[in-house]
Design a protein around this ligand. Structure first.
Ligand code: UDP
Length: 358
């Protein structure tokens, strides 16, 4: 069992070969087959993207058999360094159905969504079509194929402008853009499906996912890049001429927006706890939602000056108008995740997150 948990299929195979000539070979082969059958199969949908590719690595290293499904519309094939890859769009029911029949996954992790707020405002169809219709298609295919466990990537954007911080799970959900609404719609669909069809789900609402894999194998590659930390790093490396601060007149300590940055590896570890809920724990935990953040916030100016300090590089900072749809402060309460999932971020300091990017 230990070998299986560590994902050491090769060791199991070696043992199998070594004992082949001995009288005990039948027992060993049977144990090996049993262990292999016990290995859970997880579909990572959107696994060629930033968070999904990190998740595939964590899941493989934790001993899961991973299959990455991605249509490569925003992801990168060369980001799939762990698990098998299948080119598939979540709107393609025929292809999805064939893949569920081929692999018979035990659980699905669903990262496959468009996520640029400003784009969602000018092209809401794209967001509802992929994020909502595509997800409905995926969920229906899961149910048709008796796969009842799903972890859904949601967002702090479901809350809209917060009425208080830190934001807990009970906070009113009033998204202020189509992206946030598309995610909230799926959260509601999951709740209804769990009541009606016994679907087991976990919703993880990410605050500001940031940082890279510590081994430097994986990275964040959005095109266009809109996120603060990767853009500041481009400026620090001399790959862009300046970094813009969007809004300096917010009601915050230095007038710039405050965000709760959480390392992508910490997010992935929370997802592994989620799988554990499906496979090893009691009924009361699943079909639940969790906010994932560090519980502390940093202003745009603070993040810029931390990057300057840690990289020892100076670069030009320009002040611009507010970006539409940006709430002044987003900070998560992670108390529920900590109590129920034992969620304790390892890289909770902004320094740790920035260092992983250097
Ligand atoms: N931001 C900024 N300059 C940039 C990119 C982002 O000032 O070039 C600000 C943005 O307005 C927000 C914060 O940085 O207040 C975090 O933005 P990001 O896009 O990284 O994540 P979001 O909070 O929108 O999910």
């Amino acid at each position: 069992m230990l070998l299986n948990l560590l994902g050491c299929r090769e060791i199991i195979n070696d043992l199998q070969g070594y004992y082949l000539s001995s009288l005990s070979h039948i027992i060993i082969i049977n144990i090996s087959l049993y262990l292999n059958r016990m290995k859970k199969i997880v579909f990572i949908v959107g696994g060629a993207g930033y968070i999904g590719s990190h998740m595939a690595k964590h899941a493989v290293l934790a001993g899961y058999d991973v299959v990455v499904l991605d249509n490569l519309s925003t992801g990168h094939k060369d980001a799939v360094k762990y698990g098998k890859f299948e080119l598939c769009d979540i709107k393609d029911k025929t292809k999805l159905d064939a893949l569920f029949k081929k692999y018979q996954p035990d659980a699905v992790m669903h990262f496959s969504a468009y996520s640029i707020v400003s784009e969602s405002v000018v092209d809401p169809y794209k967001y509802y079509d992929n994020n909502v219709s595509g997800t409905l298609n995926l969920l229906k295919t899961m149910l048709d194929n008796h796969c009842n466990n799903v972890i859904f990537s949601s967002t702090a954007a479901v809350f809209g402008n917060p009425e208080y911080v830190p934001i807990d799970e009970e906070h009113i959900k009033k998204p202020i853009n189509p992206y946030g609404r598309s995610k909230l719609m799926v959260e509601q669909i999951l709740e209804d499906f769990s009541q009606a069809y016994n679907l087991k789900y976990l919703v993880f609402r990410y605050f500001n996912a940031a940082g890279h894999d510590v081994d430097g194998e994986l990275s964040e590659r959005h095109d266009p890049e809109t996120h603060l930390l990767p853009l500041i790093m481009q400026a620090a490396r001399g790959n862009r001429k300046n970094i813009a601060i969007f809004g300096t007149d917010y009601d915050t300590k230095d007038g710039t927006c405050i965000r709760d940055y959480i390392h992508v590896d910490d997010l992935c570890v929370a997802h592994l706890s989620g799988l554990n809920v499906f496979f090893n724990e009691g009924k009361e935990v699943h079909s639940n939602n969790f906010n994932l953040g560090n519980g502390s916030g940093f202003s745009v100016k603070e993040v810029i000056s931390k990057v300057k300090e840690l990289t020892n590089k100076d670069f030009t900072v320009v002040e611009r108008e507010r970006r539409s749809g940006d709430p002044a402060v987003l900070i998560a309460s992670n108390i529920k995740a900590s109590k129920i999932l034992n969620f304790t971020p390892n890289k909770s300091k902004i320094e740790d997150i920035i260092k992983s990017l250097i």
